[in-house]
Design a protein around this ligand. Structure first.
Ligand code: HEC
Ligand code: HEC
Length: 315
């Protein structure tokens, strides 16, 4: 009897070890399973490059994350000359499981990548040499857009001035360093909705801008952003709740709020220690067209109102 128990335990333990090794092989050798980089050669016309410039600099937030943002000034405008150089750190202080560093996306780094390799990194989260990206880089969102917009984005980032800056590697904490290969996924593209002031196009832009990444999946806000000048700012409730959200805002007021940051009378001021500053990339988004901002407003009106007040700032 004792022998039988010992043998059973032995068999179970071996099965456990085999299963565990299988899991490790799956995690490290089989995944990420997103296929080869597509064999594409983007020959963009000036109209497509212009569309790419608009998306990269005003909508998809590429330059918001991949450039220096001066958080010592009102709303943290991007520092000229740093466009695309990378270096912004997303780490434990921002609630992330490790230290993830935005990479250099100027031709200094990407020159030798094929169009397909850049395309796969943006839409599936795998780099040229097959490494998985952590989804702080919003590839799950970009993989749901129209592939033509991704091509426009690539055609534009090929044209930006190279900035010589080497970026340290990202370092995920345990167990994310093991799990990281489970995040990349094959893209599921959707054709761009009719471009106009309608909720479908607004929804597409909100997905591209990843507003939910900061305002929460239900857009009720309260995500915290520690400021380098001291204190913590919280994202706002942008659901149509009249008291806690932006239900009482008119479309004009919504558009004007964004546009006030690109107005010639707006001059970013130095932020005093422990004073309010906004983590919302107002300056970046202020270059969006009135039509696109109006489409976003139209979409936000269709969300379920959430009656939950958002804290604004805690010094
Ligand atoms: C919220 C911040 C954020 C946004 C927005 C963002 N990225 Fe990234 N990106 C990152 C981070 C962080 C990494 C590195 C992630 C890692 O190491 O796991 C990265 C990695 C990359 C890489 C991989 C480069 C390499 O050398 O491995 C490319 C290419 C890239 N981003 C392009 C883009 C483009 C194009 C856009 C806009 C469509 C964009 N990113 C938007 C944060 C962002
Ligand atoms: C990097 C994080 C971040 C992203 C991305 C972001 N927001 Fe915000 N947003 C914030 C924070 C933080 C605040 C609160 C501070 C403030 O009011 O400026 C805010 C405030 C706002 C406000 C003001 C609400 C009020 O009651 O005054 C609106 C409107 C808004 N965001 C809309 C959007 C939309 C639409 C998008 C996507 C196109 C977006 N945000 C993307 C962080 C973000």
């Amino acid at each position: 009897m004792k022998k039988l128990i010992l043998r059973t335990v032995g068999v179970l333990a071996s099965l456990g070890v085999i299963g565990f090794c299988g899991l490790l092989i799956w995690l490290k050798l089989i995944l990420p399973d997103v296929g080869k980089a597509p064999d594409i050669h983007i020959r963009a016309n000036p109209g497509e490059v212009a569309r790419g410039a608009y998306l990269v600099n005003n909508v998809a937030r590429c330059m918001d994350c991949h450039s220096d943002r001066d958080m010592d000034l009102t709303a943290g405008p991007m520092t000229p000359g740093t466009m695309g150089q990378g270096g912004e750190v997303f780490d434990e202080s921002k609630g992330l499981p490790g230290r993830f560093v935005a990479r250099n996306i100027t031709p200094y780094n990407l020159k030798s990548w094929t169009d397909g390799e850049i395309f796969r990194a943006i839409t599936a989260g795998v780099t040229r040499d097959g490494k998985s990206l952590f989804p702080v880089m919003p590839f799950p969102n970009y993989g749901q857009l129209d592939s033509l917009d991704i091509c426009a984005i690539i055609s534009y980032i090929r044209t930006i001035p190279p900035v010589r800056k080497d970026i340290e590697d990202s370092r995920p904490d345990f167990p994310v360093n093991w799990k990281i290969n489970t995040y990349p996924a094959r893209p599921h593209f959707h054709p761009i909705p009719a471009q106009g002031v309608n909720a479908a196009y607004g929804k597409y832009l909100v997905l591209m801008a990843n507003c939910a990444g900061c305002h929460g999946g239900d857009f009720s806000g309260n995500e915290n952003f520690p400021l380098p000048t001291g204190g913590v700012v919280y994202s706002a409730n942008i659901t149509p709740d009249p008291e806690c959200g932006i239900g009482s805002w008119s479309r004009d007021a919504f558009v004007a709020r964004f546009k006030s940051y690109s107005d010639s009378s707006f001059h970013p001021a130095p932020i005093l220690r422990d004073h309010f500053n906004s983590a919302m990339p107002w300056t970046f988004f202020s270059g969006m067209t009135v039509r696109d901002l109006s489409a976003i407003y139209t979409y936000l009106r269709t969300l379920a109102p959430v009656h939950r007040p958002a804290v604004r700032f805690v010094p």
